[in-house]
Design a protein around this ligand. Structure first.
Ligand SMILES: [Zn+2]
Ligand SMILES: [Zn+2]
Length: 253
């Protein structure tokens, strides 16, 4: 009987360990940056959340890049003088710092899907705090799609998970309007022109706008803007009555 009780306790302990192990995989109880214990299943503690560097002022009105310059006259970066985009503007929540890159890379490539919630918080804070987002009429979030092969190897589409969290936090609905029909090689080493050529015909429209009037394209990183541009170009062509198309990303690459 004593032996039975001991076995029972051991079994319960094992179950508890297994369960907390699974929980830790989903929601680790320590902060991603400082390893402080975090209550409530958040991936980043309040201090690290607050101290993560945002792009709040001194950024390009068009592409969201933070740059040094005179903002009183024309808040457009030198790059955007010579480019035209199919979206109205793009804005990223976080500055391109080593710390911010670390959390985004870990989310995207490290199979840490649970980071979507906190990364979504950075985007939601920006969407709810900036006038030019609250001026958008009947907005809907649209995730940048992944080709199924990449989604399969990565395990998830990082933009879709971000949309899900941002929808919860801002109550702006999400609609999957785009899919990736052509597999493209990685873009990281390509120039903007090469990226645009590489993406030509990579997407198609797979849904209806259903009366929404503004589209907010969601992705993890904005680098040259070529992916957002290709998505926006296609959405404008397919939905000519759309009032605004803007882009929101977690990080400015
Ligand atoms: Zn922390
Ligand atoms: Zn710019």
């Amino acid at each position: 009987m004593v032996l039975f009780a001991a076995e029972e306790v051991a079994f319960v302990v094992m179950l508890k360990r297994l369960f907390s192990g699974i929980l830790d995989l989903v929601y680790p109880s320590s902060c991603f940056f400082c390893e402080e214990l975090v209550e409530g299943g958040d991936a980043i503690c309040d201090d690290c959340f607050e101290s993560s560097l945002r792009i709040k002022e001194g950024f390009c009105d068009v592409c969201g890049e933070d740059f040094e310059g005179d903002f009183s006259e024309n808040p457009v970066c030198p790059n955007c003088y010579t480019l035209s985009f199919s979206f109205d503007f793009a804005q990223s929540a976080l500055k391109n710092t080593a710390k911010n890159r670390e959390v985004v890379i870990s989310y995207k490539y490290g199979k840490r899907q649970y980071l979507a919630r906190v990364l979504g918080r950075f985007c939601s804070e920006m969407l709810l705090g900036e006038a030019r987002f609250s001026e958008l009429r009947d907005p809907v979030l649209v995730p940048v799609p992944l080709h199924w092969r990449r989604k399969f190897s990565r395990g998830f589409n990082q933009a879709e998970f971000l949309c899900r969290e941002i929808s919860k936090q801002t109550l702006i609905p999400t609609r999957v309007l785009l899919r990736r029909v052509r597999y493209t090689t990685t873009q990281t080493k390509l120039s903007r022109g090469e990226r645009l050529r590489n993406l030509n015909g990579a997407f198609s429209v797979c849904g209806d706008l259903e009366g929404y009037r503004s589209i907010i394209i969601i992705d993890d990183v904005f680098t040259t803007g070529s992916t957002s541009e290709e998505c926006a170009k296609l959405l404008r062509k397919e939905f000519p009555k759309v009032e605004n198309i803007v882009v929101v990303t977690v990080l400015r690459g």
